[in-house]
Each structure stands twice: as C-alpha cells, then as structure tokens.
Design a protein around this ligand. Sequence first.
Ligand code: GAR
Length: 184
Amino acid sequence: MLKVGVLVSGGGTNLQAILDAIDCGKITNAEVSLVISNNPKAYALERAKNHNIEAVCISPKQFENREEFHRALLAKLKESGVELIVLAGFLVAIPPMIVEAYPNKIINIHPSLICGVGYYGLHVHEKALERGVRVTGATVHFVDTGTDTGPIILQKAVKIKSDDTPEVLQRRVMEKAEWKILPK
Ligand code: GAR
C-alpha cells in the first residue's frame, strides 16, 4: 500500500474525493495515512478524523519563521513514512527543501487548464470569467520548485456558461473535473 499524505487548507472536497475512491474500491493500492492543514479551522481535518486518519494542523503561526515551519512540515511527513504527497487545495508554496526530499512524489490539483503565480481558489474562476474564457478545467501536475510549473499528468476541460458566477463555475470545475482527475 502506497502511503499518501494529503495537504489541505480548506473544505477538503478533493480530499473527500480521494477517500471516496478508496472506500468504493476505485483506488486499491494506496491509503491516506496523514492529513496536514496549515489552517486549524479547515473542515478537511474533520473529514480526515471521520475516516480515522491522523489529522494535524501545522500552522506558520506556531513558528518563528518560514524555515522552521517548512522543517516541521517535512519532519512530520518523514516521521509518518509518507511516500506520495497530494496537495488538495493546499494554499502554501512548497519550498525546495520539501520538493527535493520528494522528487516527482508530490502532485497538485489546480482549478484551471493553465496555471500561474497568484492564481488559486476562487480567483482563478473570477479571472477566467473576466477574460471571457469559453473553456476552463482542472490540471493535476507534478510539483517542482516553481509555482505550478511541474509536468502535467492529467487535465479535464469544462465549458463555461454565459450566466456563470465564479462560485457556480468553481463548483462545476470541481464536480466535472477536479474530483475525477485527482483520484485517477
Ligand atoms: C480546489 O478548487 C483546488 O483546485 C484549489 O483550491 C480548492 C480547494 O478546495 N487549489 C488551488 O487553487 C491551488 N493553486 P477543497 O478544499 O474543497 O478541495
């Protein structure tokens, strides 16, 4: 069984999609052994606890500086024997220290077809609508030392409708793309 550590910051619907895929037998060779959130209020932590998965908050606020925070994250991942790291809505940049410790063993879900600095969460959908984009989607990619620059693994396109709001579009991208390609 591949030991997967999932890093989250918010609601955790992508984490839930992975847990559901394990529960229903679509994923047979991996287990989520650890969930880490930088945000103590993330509902994703509750989802992990409901599945009897170790759920911990490691917040930058607990440390004197960013480097100490990064060291604590890496130490927890190593101590738990995690073999694959999945960023499922983790809104913290992964430092070289962690990328180098897990080469090609960190994957991220991004809520559009192209990624870029400063584009995350709902902002991505606000920008797509502002630009009049007709097709958006989601991307699963390897994480390297850049921001959303690692090799692409899977993508799925989602059509934009003329009356979409950022929230409606975000939900459709999650349902039709993210929750499918991340577990896959
Ligand atoms: C998801 O839409 C994910 O793609 C996005 O945050 C949301 C988390 O939702 N991630 C990023 O924007 C990273 N650049 P969730 O907590 O319900 O899975």
